[in-house]
Write a protein that binds this ligand. Structure first.
Ligand code: UDP
Length: 329
């Protein structure tokens, strides 16, 4: 297949690019490199360094033709920032997402995969979360992804664009061969922060709240390995000829913040300095996915089912890249 991957130099995007590359697809990455890293891409993959807001650049790439599909990862993804700059997030994510979908339709692209999110569900009162769980985004970030999901619904209905909306829960871990790992600036995610506290790259981990209605009082999340997420994209691509799909993607197991810290301690053999502070505003107590639908419809199943295995790949990558990308040595 010939595929265009927006945001392909980012964390999840680059792992998907490697999975597509491994199976022999022709991949072109479209990324402005504001958050992505050139070094993370396979050498043979062409990079178009451009912004999605650059309509002429986008048009030029799509006009090359022969595209079997577009996978759309490029987005702003900080929930907290979206609460401070709601219209910036809606414009950047939803607005540019609409423009991309429109360009795909104009250029006859038939398949579209959207990187969507558990943030669509806000603070749900049921667990695990299925595709039928009530949607109620708790932030403009979640809302912006929902708006793109809805736009895709209409693009399919009116123009026959087949789409897959893949709602990730907590993407975690790194490529087992070390080809791609997590390097956000700033880093806000739990696992890389705990690892940095274990490796002495930061002084401690702060735990946001220990008074949640969970067994140990800390929030529970569903950490799914980024390589399993990548395989889910391949599975979804293969399913689109039968129709558009929407899937929740998690490992199906919840782990508390304290369990994550214990896992990093077990795998690294180092005690992690930690401090419990106030809750972080907007954090739901429990977010665990039911991925029964994608399992039943495509046969996909996560290969990384143990938290320690996920953490171990992330630690290996971080040990090899203590300064992240672009600052080696
Ligand atoms: N968390 C924490 N300390 C941190 C970062 C995160 O206690 O420094 C908690 C956060 O409150 C949440 C969980 O870890 O309950 C996962 O947070 P993350 O930001 O990784 O992902 P989210 O679930 O918010 O998308």
């Amino acid at each position: 297949m010939k595929l265009l991957v927006t945001g392909g130099a980012g964390y999840v995007g680059s792992n998907v690019v490697w999975a597509l590359h491994d199976r022999g697809d022709e991949v072109v990455v479209y990324d402005n490199l504001r958050q992505g890293h050139r070094e993370v891409l396979p050498g043979s993959v062409r990079l178009v360094e451009a912004d999605l807001a650059d309509a002429a650049a986008l048009d030029a790439v799509l006009a090359e033709g022969g595209w079997d599909g577009v996978l759309h990862f490029a987005a702003l993804s900080l929930v907290g920032e979206s609460m401070q700059r709601p219209f910036f997030y809606l414009q950047e994510n939803a607005g540019l997402g609409f423009a991309l979908i429109d360009a795909c339709v104009r250029h006859g692209v038939k398949r579209f995969i959207l990187s969507s999110t558990a943030a669509l569900f806000g603070n749900p009162d049921t667990t695990p979360i299925t595709e039928e769980t009530r949607i109620d985004p708790g932030s403009p970030y979640g809302e912006s992804k929902l708006m793109i999901e809805r736009a895709l619904h209409w693009a399919d209905r009116i123009h026959g664009l087949r789409y897959a909306c893949l709602r990730y829960f907590n993407a975690a871990g790194a490529d087992a061969e070390g080809r791609s790992g997590e390097d956000h600036r700033p880093e806000t995610h739990l696992i890389p922060l705990v690892i940095d506290a274990a490796l002495g790259l930061r002084p401690e981990i702060v735990v946001f709240g220990s008074d949640y209605p969970t067994p140990d009082g800390t929030c529970i999340r569903d950490y799914v390995h980024v390589s399993d997420l990548a395989q889910a994209h391949l599975a979804a691509l293969g399913r689109l000829d039968e129709g558009s799909v929407t899937y929740n993607l998690g490992s199906g197991t919840g782990h508390s913040v304290l369990e994550v810290i214990r896992s990093v301690e077990r795998v690294s053999g180092v005690r992690v300095p930690m401090r419990i502070v106030e809750r972080r505003p907007g954090d739901p107590a429990i977010l665990v996915a039911s991925s029964a639908r994608i399992r039943a419809e495509t046969g996909w199943a996560p290969r990384y089912t143990e938290l320690d295995e996920i953490v171990s790949t992330a630690i290996n990558w971080r040990r090899a890249h203590p300064n992240g990308y672009g600052n080696e040595g």
